[in-house]
Design a protein. Structure first.
Length: 269
């Protein structure tokens, strides 16, 4: 597969039919330099604060042991530039082309990957308590604030694997090894975004032979309306309520933080 066929021109206000078809067929779309420089410049110091001040650690603790840790005082979307990134209008327009006009925010993660961070094995992120169908689409927007260069960990994707109905861990035993038919993305300019169908198998492949540099990474997921989606954070109601209080959704996206699209939280077994 040619990488160029899946790149969306950054000057285009909307995806073309060819790009939408490419996403449906391959399960991903690369948007090089999609984010404006000023937004990237404001998100990066918030990522540093999130990591260095222990906010990320507290958010993880609230998911791992919600009974003892409760709702974190600060969530990713509380940080102004992260909230802006989450509802970046060009991003929502593109996602709306892929999911339809009614979709809901699911969750957001923010991190600064250290150069020596181990890889992450093959997996997918489609939220379904029993993996049984793919009638509705969930999309993860992976934002690489500083881009990716060949001396950093890259993103491996397995085109077409989003059409399989499989458990998230169905390929985890393979680690991050090279798979037949994969595409490895290791060279993206700053502010690039990769849109993944959340059921697409992908892996973070580390490059321990290079010292590299930190990789600033934020991802957010969005779900097509029409079914109940299982939340992954025990404080999901508080998260959606906070987003509404902050007025993050504009008038064009009334469903973005609506609770009625979710089932009750259940702790993973």
């Amino acid at each position: 597969m040619s990488v160029q066929t899946i790149y969306a021109p950054t000057q285009a206000p909307e995806l073309t039919e060819e790009q939408i078809t490419q996403f449906e067929r391959s399960g991903f779309l690369v948007l090089p330099g999609f984010l404006p420089d000023d937004l990237v410049a404001r998100v990066k110091p918030e990522v540093d604060r999130w990591v260095d001040h222990g906010l990320r650690a507290r958010a993880i603790a609230a998911v791992v042991d919600p009974e003892n840790n409760g709702t974190p005082a600060v969530m990713e979307l509380d940080m102004p530039a992260h909230g802006e990134l989450l509802t970046h209008e060009p991003l929502l327009r593109v996602i709306g082309q892929l999911l339809g006009p009614r979709f809901v925010f699911h969750h957001m993660h923010s991190d600064r990957h250290a150069p020596d961070l181990p890889g992450k094995a093959w997996h997918h992120d489609y939220e379904q308590r029993v993996q049984s169908h793919r009638t509705h689409t969930m999309v993860h927007a992976l934002h690489y604030l500083d881009g990716i260069d060949p001396q950093m960990a890259g993103l491996a994707v397995l085109p077409g694997s989003h059409r399989e109905v499989a458990e998230k861990t169905a390929r985890v035993h393979l680690g991050t090894e090279v798979l037949p038919g994969e595409l490895f993305i290791e060279d993206l300019r700053p502010g690039s975004t990769v849109l993944l169908h959340s059921a697409l198998f992908h892996a973070r492949r580390a490059k321990p032979e290079y010292p590299g540099r930190p990789r600033y990474f934020v991802d957010a997921s969005y779900c097509q309306a029409g079914r109940l989606w299982p939340p992954v954070k025990p404080y999901w109601r508080e998260m959606l309520s906070r987003a509404r209080e902050l007025g993050l959704a504009g008038p064009g996206w009334p469903e973005l933080f609506a609770e009625r699209h979710f089932s009750d939280y259940a702790k993973p077994e």
